[in-house]
Design a protein around this ligand. Sequence first.
Ligand code: SF4
Length: 301
Amino acid sequence: MQKACEWPLFSVDLEISLLCDNSCIFCPREKILRPSGLMKSGDFSIIADKLISVPSRIALSGMGNPLLNPNWHDFIKTYREMGGKIGIVIPAASVNDEIAEKLLYSRASFVEISFPTLQKELFEKLLPGASFEKCLEAIKNLRKALSKTSIAIVGLKTRMNEDEEPEFKLFWKEEGFQPRFFSCHTRGGNLEDRDLIFTESSSSNLCGLTCAHTFIDWQGNVLICCHDLIGNTRLANILEDPVEKILQIKGAFFEKLPPYAICRTCDEPARFRPIPAGKLPESSNARNRFLKNWPKKKHSF
Ligand code: SF4
């Protein structure tokens, strides 16, 4: 049998927690119907053993706060010791010195921090209960503690800060971070506040994102996307199914849109990324180059 293309597992978002202690207004948490919980250590070991065979770049990220899983730093350390690339996506309000120490000790390959805006009033509106100044200070301290780790700061373009991107990027670049600025979208139609949403739904017939990226929930279910808050797009379960089965199923989406309602009206800007071609790059440098350039290129399909 011909070996399946490995691109769909090039990058994986692994949801190790569906619990969250934040109440960001751009997160449609109230629409989540999937069962809530934390990934167990034994399950992570099984998943790590399978993903290192690709090897996948893992981001501990999903619809919850990964820091609420008490084993998050052990997961990072384990995969790093296996020779894999793994990082974590965390909300601005959760950064503190203890987290910095654990990130250093576990040798996280990268950190991404959601910091929606540099406008204090809007920041505190989007993240109720968070202090703009405290978050900023904690993140600057994190930069000092992790002097060699890649830290991306992810901003959010909404109807309330549509001109902010150049200033946002300049500020964070000068502070030694990698700034990104993404348009707020409806997350599969689940977010409805029109003041937030900066995208339009699309009728394109492919999704570039799902071809080089996979979402795995805290129970090991491979869903079409993190925007599936109900859990009815289950493709496989990585704890039970071989990696090859996941690759075979997702391989079909290089030529057709996944057959799910959320994909038909999806306004996720990342879906316009080009469908990857050829073999998965072998060297770490070539993989990094792909990752750096892929989000910038757009296809209209
Ligand atoms: S089309 Fe949208 S909802 Fe469907 S997999 Fe792609 S990004 Fe996710």
